[in-house]
Write a protein that binds this ligand. Sequence first.
Ligand code: HSE
Length: 292
Amino acid sequence: DMVQVRIPASSANLGPGFDCIGVALNLYTEVSMGFIEKGLIIEVSGEDYKEIETTENNLVYKAAKIIFEKTETQYKGLKIEIKNGIPIGSGLGSSAAAIIGGMLAANELAGGILTHKEILNLAASMEGHADNVGPALNGGLNVTVFDGVNTYYVKKELENDLTFIAFTPKKVLKTEIARNILPPKIDFKDAVFNTGRSSLLTAALFSGRYDLLKIASQDMLHQKYRSKLIPEMYACFEKSLEAGAYSAFLSGAGPTIMAICPEDKADKVVESVGSVYTYMGIDYRVYKLHCE
Ligand code: HSE
């Protein structure tokens, strides 16, 4: 028998909260998994399915394998079906969804031995941080710290009064490349800048002070470096704010640009930011999302 799980997309960083703040969004990857007589069968469909490995390098499979090893689960063969709804390599947490999907499905097949907390820690170890795997597993807004062993987090459900608009160029940007472009050292004043913004961002989102999001989403740690890989970034930020968004930032490692806005500004933001991509001749997709 196949077990089935559905995992949401997620947007990490939200500007200054590098590797620690993330939010689950209502785009999903569905994973079905079951034991078979022999071999490994991986079937993929949906968004960007051609980008998804169907070998032992498949991320859902790799994550499942960790669970089967941990729980000492014996099996002869494995079948995995992935119905993907999250663009790949775009900064919307497709890897985190694959990891959590693989781990949850495998744990269910193993008899539910591992706890929620153990799964979160194993997933965070795979990614190196918990800002996508946290929301992918828990839903909602998550403020997370992964110390290399344990994950500490607070979850907050966001009201549906925030619309998250994702602008996703039709190109894959490997997280590895977007992390390697970051400098090994930063200025003390940039660190101070981000500590303040990141703290204010958390406080603003937890208390509904959306008027503060514009300042609270500013960042000096990663976005300016990544803009070299995403030349449309600053123009998109500007157009978002001009059209009435509360804030705009790079979603995860990019290249997706995320704008947070009140529902009644959404159409204007879509049009205004869209003009940047059109002007620059970049193919893109738009997703109008809410916190999951
Ligand atoms: N916080 C991570 C980053 C998210 O910005 O690189 C992508 O894994």
